[in-house]
Design a protein around this ligand. Structure first.
Ligand SMILES: [Zn+2]
Length: 478
């Protein structure tokens, strides 16, 4: 059995004279003027060591030869892959397994320290089904200036959300099938009421989710979790988060070629990010009333599979024609979006996350999630925060003229449309058909997967856009 709920805390409160010391500098002069070293030591240092980006740390022995003094070069930077977060993860990987006291010698602002802590935390993530990951490297947070203590807390909350999303994505599809996914979600939110929509009436209630999932040995379902901040009125700050939870996508009868099917355990990546984000918002006690909706299905192949050109009436009675059985994500999202807008209180914001189209990857590559929105102010905030948080996202337009590609001559709404190009946009326009114009809506189309490894960001599941959205929600509703 794969254990998801492992604890891996790297920030500890443990002061001791046996702790090793990590000095952070962004230029050598700060080290020289720190008066921490004798002239002889410094001269020795100046002649024998040179920092470079390949080796950003230098180990020295403590004066009594028991502990390490390590000097690390951290140069604040917001460029993707060269950022402070990346540098910190690299530094942490190079450090020896010890308890470290942090000594900040150069001028850094609060955000630099936040990014250092985040990079430190991210560097520990590993997914291994055999070995329990054992952390032996710690940062003594008592060594931090008091003003940075809340940064540690925010970082820990974000790290838990990110690593949870990564774990869920990395789990193989034979383990994380729709039934097991339900069990895991109940475990993650064990203190909250979890409503599971499934069973005999499911095909009537959620016809499109049912149609996608009916070919699998595991029944499709919609999982609903509500959480309320005690200080926020019921009709205020209602945020609904939705995530596509296709536990495996074979493509259905329009079967994928083997290369394209290989990583399809990650087709629940949108739901994993939604869950990680929800967990972070709850742990942070964000000033919102949160609703999390996760439609779950396996897009499998059997005699019960949906067929191209099948027509099914959706939850809100829209006739939907199946353009391609591999375009299943938008179907399960359509019914979920309808459900999200049926309550007495309208959501102030709906955000959905989905590994939806290859076209979004063709447009922006695998590392920049695409988003669409009907609200300019929220879009601008997302773009700004994406730079601040070093968590890239980019906007594509809900280009209305392309809607004409979605209507079939028989009156049905076609799921893929009849244009061979602009697939990420037509998918978003399809979803827009299920969203009331008055409701603020953001749709993310993302990869949720790192194709290669670098410190802090190993190959495999990735919680792309989570921190950008976390910050944006907390800014919008405070
Ligand atoms: Zn698909």
């Amino acid at each position: 059995m794969i254990d998801l709920n492992k604890k891996n805390e790297t920030f500890v409160k443990k002061s001791s004279r046996n702790n090793s010391k990590l000095y952070l500098v962004n230029n050598l002069n700060d080290l020289l003027s720190s008066k921490l070293f004798s002239e002889k030591q410094l001269n020795n240092f100046k002649t024998n060591y040179k920092f470079n980006s390949d080796k950003p740390i230098i180990n020295l022995f403590d004066f009594d030869q028991k502990n390490l003094i390590t000097i690390a070069y951290l140069n604040p930077n917001k460029s993707f892959r060269e950022s402070t977060i990346d540098q910190a993860a690299k530094i942490c990987n190079l450090l020896e397994d010890r308890v470290w006291d942090l000594n900040i010698l150069s001028q850094y602002d609060e955000n630099d320290i936040y990014e250092f802590l985040l990079g430190w935390g991210l560097s520990f993530y590993k997914f291994n089904v055999l070995k329990k990951h054992n952390i032996k490297k710690y940062l003594n947070i008592l060594s931090l200036n008091n003003k940075y203590k809340n940064l540690v807390e925010t970082c820990s909350i974000e790290l838990r959300g990110i690593n949870l999303a990564r774990d869920l994505i990395n789990l193989p599809a034979n383990y994380l099938n729709p039934d097991q996914y339900e069990i895991e979600i109940k475990k993650i939110f064990k203190s909250l009421k979890c409503v599971i929509h499934k069973g005999r009436n499911f095909d009537k209630e959620f016809p499109l989710i049912s149609m996608v999932g009916r070919s699998s040995e595991f029944n499709p379902k919609l999982i609903e979790i509500n959480w309320k901040n005690k200080d926020v009125k019921k009709d205020k700050n209602n945020v609904t988060i939705i995530g596509k939870g296709i536990t495996f996508d074979s493509g259905g009868l329009d079967i994928k070629p083997s290369g394209a099917m290989l990583n399809m355990k990650k087709d629940m990546g949108g739901s994993a990010i939604a869950i990680g984000l929800a967990k972070s918002l709850i742990d942070y006690n964000s000033k919102i009333n949160l609703r999390l909706l996760i439609p779950i299905a396996e897009n499998s192949i059997s005699q019960k599979s949906m067929r191209p050109m099948d027509i099914k009436f959706s939850r809100n009675k829209t006739p939907v024609e199946i353009g391609n059985t591999d375009a299943e994500g938008r179907l399960i999202l359509a019914d979920t979006l309808s459900y999200a807008q049926e309550g007495k209180i309208n959501p102030d914001l709906i955000i959905d996350f989905a590994t939806l189209t290859g076209a979004a990857r063709v447009a922006l590559g695998t590392e920049v999630p695409v988003f669409f929105s009907n609200n300019e102010n929220i879009s601008k905030k997302l773009l700004d925060n994406s730079i601040t948080m070093v968590d890239p996202v980019w906007q594509l337009p809900l280009f209305t003229p392309y809607k004409r590609f979605l209507y079939s001559e028989n009156g049905a709404l076609n799921s893929t449309g009849f244009s061979g190009t602009g697939g990420a946009i037509t998918a978003a326009l399809f979803l827009e058909q299920f969203v009331d114009k008055k409701i603020n809506w953001v749709h993310f189309d993302l990869m949720a997967w790192n194709l290669t490894s670098r410190p802090g960001f190993p190959k495999g599941g990735e919680a792309m856009s989570l921190r950008t959205v976390f910050k944006t929600i907390n800014e919008l509703f405070n």
